[in-house]
Design a protein. Sequence first.
Length: 117
Amino acid sequence: MSSPIHSEIGTVFIPVSNIEKARDWYCDILGVPADGEIQFGHLYVIPMKGTGIVLDSKIYSEEKTFQMPAFHLNTSNIQEAYQFMKDKKVEILTEIQHDHFFNFKDPDGNHLMVCQC
């Protein structure tokens, strides 16, 4: 059976309280430039490979933050990624689990994951 809906994820929306601060924080930890346009006063599209991330301050409320990681960010070196996040003073929620992943929080309290692929 064919479907007009593709079996791929286009983008993930992350609720953030301050679009400028969130843009700068995410771009810093991802090592990408923070020079894109903030759209409509509340959206920022992070330049990504593959599935995109859109920061959105219009949908933010504490109740809407991710309380469990809804996706993971890839790394080829979990130890290096973990130390990098510690050096950045990111709030880390778990130690490295099964030599494979760890969870952390963004400044708005969204729970996120880094996973070695």
